[in-house]
Structures are given as C-alpha cells and as structure tokens.
Design a protein around this ligand. Structure first.
Ligand SMILES: NC(=O)c1ccc[n+]([C@@H]2O[C@H](COP(=O)([O-])OP(=O)(O)OC[C@H]3O[C@@H](n4cnc5c(N)ncnc54)[C@H](OP(=O)(O)O)[C@@H]3O)[C@@H](O)[C@H]2O)c1
Length: 492
C-alpha cells in the first residue's frame, strides 16, 4: 500500500494551545509528551501551537529541560538538538495547586498571555493526566475561571481529554461523568482509548467499507466466530499499586469492547463522529449482557504465579491478571456467532489481534475432512501491524493436492513519512475537533453495565468463580482453553 486513491482526508488542526495537567506522571512521560514531540517533529501539529505543562511538583527551567530530554530519550526518540530546541520553544511549565483559586487565576493569565503572543483566539485542549479523583475539581475550577469556552461560540473552543478507566464501578463512573457534564458539554469531552488510534484497528473498517467482498461476508452466514486477543509478555512493571486496586478486567475492558465494536458494528455512512458513534451505539445495545450463569460458568479469571511476589502486591491478593469470556450479539448480522475474548499479563509473547474465523465448507470434498479453519481474517495490532487472510489452494505440481496459504496486506506508508503513533493520532484528532475515535458518555456507561455482572460474580462465593493460577509466560490458565474447547473451538 504505497499510493493513495481519490479519497484522502488530512487533518490540519488550527492554531491552539495544549495544557497538560499531571505533567510529571507516568502517562505523561511514556505517552503524552513523546506524542506531542512527535507531532511537532513530523509537522503534524499546527505551526502555531503552544504547550503548557502543569503539575504540583516544583520544577525550574533547567530541571524541566533535563526531564524532557530524559523522557524523549527514554521513549527512543533521541531528538536532534534543533528539533529539541524547537520543541522547548513551544513549551512552558506552571506549578499547580489545584485547591487554590489563585493557581487558576495564574493559569488563566498565563494562557491569555500565550494566546496574545501567538495570535491564538482562545482555542485550547486540557488533558487531565491526573488520577480520576482530580478530574471533577480541576474541571469545576476551569469552568469557574471561564476557561471552558462555550461550544456555541465558534470563534473559540475548549476541549477536555480524559483517560480510562473512567472510574472503578458503575456508580462512580456515572458520578464522574455527571461531574464532567456539569461543566463542559459532551461535544467538548474527549475520552481516550488509545487502541482506537492504532493503524490496524482503523484498517478493519477501511477494508470493509472499500471492499464489498469483505463486508458482504461479515456476518453469521459466513463467520463461525470472532476472537479478540490482548496478551502481554510483561507483568505489572512497577504499577502494582494501580493494578491491585483495578485488576485486569477494569483496566482492559474498554480496549476489548472498542476492538469488538470496531470489528463488528455496521458500517457508518461516513467516518465522521456522529455517524460513527450512532453505529457503534447500536452495536453495543445489541450485545447480550453477561447474565449470571455466563459470568459464573463461562468467564475465566486468572493470576500469574509470580504476581504475589511483585513489589507492592498484597500476599493474598485476589487481583486478576487474566480474563477470558464469551459473549453474543443479538442482531441480524451476528445472532448466534460467539465472540471469544481474552486478555492477560505475563501471558506469553505479546499479541494483540482480531481474528474473524470463517465457517468451513458445507459442500464438496473438504466438508468431509478436517482441514482446520481454512479462512481466518487476522488483524495483528501489536507487535507489528499486519493484515492476513488465510486460505487453502492447490499445491503446485502434477498431483491434485491442497495446501494452506495466506494473503498479506503490506503496511508501507509514504516514503519518509512515518505514520503517527496511536497517541499522536488521537491528539491530532482532538486538536481538529473530531470525536470519531473517542468514547461517548453512553459508551462509558455501557462499559460499566457490561462489566458489573462479572465483577459481582467474582465478588461472590470464591468457589463459584475461582481465581485460576497460571505459569508466568503461558497464555492463561487451562480453564481459559476449556472455555472455548467446550464449543469445539480453540484459541488461535
Ligand atoms: N500510566 C498509564 O499507563 C495509564 C494508562 C491508562 C490510563 N491512565 C490514566 O491516566 C491518568 C494518569 O495516569 P498516571 O499513571 O500518569 O498517574 P500518576 O502517575 O499516578 O499521576 C499523574 C500525576 O498526577 C499528579 N497527581 C497525583 N495525585 C494527584 C491528585 N490527587 N490530584 C492532582 N494531581 C495528582 C502527580 O503529579 P504532581 O504531584 O507533580 O502534580 C502525578 O505525577 C490516570 O487517570 C490513569 O488512570 C494511565
């Protein structure tokens, strides 16, 4: 894929400012600051663009610059001196005290000065990279200071970006959402799930929309089942405190449901946010809830053997590090087609993928022999992006023999222009005001409604839904293999 066809959209955001709260944190260092640098270096960010980093930790300019260099080097970017200097030229640091009205006054004055110096008309993104408890108070203070611009006033805008897990239960997720809604309108809230920004994930819909042969077979008549996999080689990597509170299901469910929706929703009329969200919502509304028997009997939770020896993990911790379950979608396209989902830490080589497994032939010679699954449409998301379609064909030679093969879509972008990373793409979309890749308020509510029966089942009698141990580096407990085997299938 090297040349583009007639349809080619390019996001060119207008001049704006970017405020990052919680700028000293883990997410800022690993994802957001490298993405901001990447957007500037690739000249995807607006040429007239400034960044204001804010956090409670005091940092003078030399300490800030050293820290930023270390962050970028740590992210493998090793910036050239000129590119680093240009990045620093766009950037300031403001020490935060979120409880103090004078901090928000100082912030307001600083933003007004930065806008005036660059001729920017009150167009700003506020990224809340703080723990969720701080979302409500920061948003309320921004609103009080008049920093959340009215979306009806088209000469200015303010957008708020927040990160999953959007709470820890249905109740507090709703409270968090209500707190946010008191201030900005839904149009101004950008809820990130970075899986939606990945190249292969976006290609699932693109391939279906552009190639009728795929969309015409993307249904229960042709598809036997769908598998969604998000296995990681790494464990909790120093984030035990977070993980002990959250567990894998709360941490990953948003990603897993987004992958399912993008795979299986009906095609929207356009890739614009309103059309996209409408179809996604219809898909979520068709998912059959995980009723108690399914949650107890068909969902598997596990914990890797070495988890309780990780620093910061309680000796008898019941936090799950693995999850597998099956669900169904009650609509005309998917009725009766099982979706098998698994995710885990220290669960073998890293593998994030979507596999559409087509039915076996119903007639002819191959219907009478075991040929496995001849056609699997595989979207490998990480590591390495690839799309392959497996099939069976004639083996070359004088005899009529058959052999498995595959067709692979090569992922080569434009020469010299590296594709944006997931976070770069999402920040760019937020700057451009397109919510297509972001979660709606409805989706966060659905996420918790879907997850709650599972969490309730796990919180019941321990014997009902055991926490299965699995050896570090293996793809989950034996019970996960059993879950799909009961249906005569196996994980790919
Ligand atoms: N890290 C990840 O990989 C990741 C992945 C997905 C989602 N998230 C979400 O992204 C957000 C940030 O994650 P993170 O891992 O970077 O969090 P973090 O390291 O715990 O916190 C980020 C920064 O927020 C500030 N902070 C801490 N407690 C605060 C409080 N009570 N009020 C205001 N500021 C506070 C701290 O900076 P100062 O003390 O200097 O102000 C801290 O460096 C969280 O909502 C998290 O759930 C993180």
């Amino acid at each position: 894929m090297t040349e583009t066809l007639g349809y080619c959209e390019e996001l060119r955001p207008e001049a704006c400012g970017f405020v990052l709260f919680g700028a000293t944190g883990d997410l800022a260092a690993r994802k957001i600051i490298p993405a901001l640098f990447g957007l500037c270096e690739k000249k995807l960010a607006p040429s007239n663009f400034y960044i204001l980093l804010a956090a409670r930790t005091p940092l003078d300019r030399p300490a800030l610059e050293t820290r930023l260099w270390e962050i970028l080097a740590g992210a493998g970017l090793a910036p050239a001196p000129a590119a680093f200097a240009a990045f620093l030229g766009r950037l300031e640091y403001l020490r935060a005290d979120y409880a103090s009205p004078s901090f928000f006054s100082a912030l307001s004055a600083r933003l007004a000065a930065l806008d005036a110096a660059r001729g920017i008309k009150n167009k700003r993104l506020f990224y809340l990279a703080t723990p969720p408890e701080a979302f409500g108070p920061i948003t309320a203070s921004l609103k009080d200071r008049g920093l959340i611009a009215d979306p009806a006033d088209c000469s200015c805008w303010s957008r708020l970006i927040i990160e999953k897990p959007y709470g820890s239960s249905l109740e507090n997720a709703l409270a968090l959402d209500a707190g946010l809604k008191d201030s900005p309108a839904e149009k101004q809230v950008y809820r990130i799930d970075h899986f939606t920004g990945k190249e292969t994930v976006q290609n699932v819909l693109a391939l279906r929309a552009a190639n009728r042969v795929f969309d015409a077979t993307w249904n229960r008549e042709f598809v036997d089942h769908v598998q969604i996999t998000a296995l990681e080689e790494l464990g909790v990597e120093g984030r035990a405190a977070f993980f002990e509170k959250t567990g894998l299901a709360r941490d990953m469910m948003s990603h897993l449901l987004q992958l399912a929706a993008i795979t299986a929703m009906d095609l929207p009329d356009t890739f614009r946010d309103a059309d996209f969200r409408t179809e996604k919502r219809k898909f979520f509304e068709s998912i059959r809830p995980l009723y108690k028997d399914e949650a107890l009997g068909r969902a598997v939770r596990g914990q890797y053997a070495g988890y309780r020896s990780e620093p910061g993990v309680a000796p008898g911790s019941a936090a799950e590090t693995f999850l597998a379950f099956r669900f169904f979608v009650d609509n005309d396209r998917w009725r009766g087609v099982p979706f098998y989902v698994r995710a885990g830490k220290k669960a073998g080589p890293k593998k994030t993928s979507i596999d559409i497994v087509y039915r076996k032939p119903e007639r002819g010679v191959f219907s009478r022999m075991d040929i496995g699954w001849p056609n699997v449409f595989s979207f490998a998301i990480q590591p390495g992006a690839a799309v392959t379609f497996s099939l069976i064909g004639k083996h070359p030679g004088p005899r009529l023999c058959f052999a498995p093969g595959s067709m692979t879509l090569e992922y080569r972008g434009e020469p010299g222009a590296a594709a944006p990373s997931d976070y770069e793409r999402l920040l760019l979309e937020a700057m451009a005001g397109d919510q297509t890749l972001f979660l709606s308020s409805f989706e966060t509510r659905f996420l918790w409604e879907f997850l709650s029966p599972l969490l309730a089942a796990w919180a019941g009698k321990p014997g009902d839904c055991p926490l299965h141990p699995y050896a570090d580096g293996t793809p989950g407990p034996a019970a996960a293999a059993e879950l799909i085997k009961k249906d005569g299938r196996s994980w790919l």
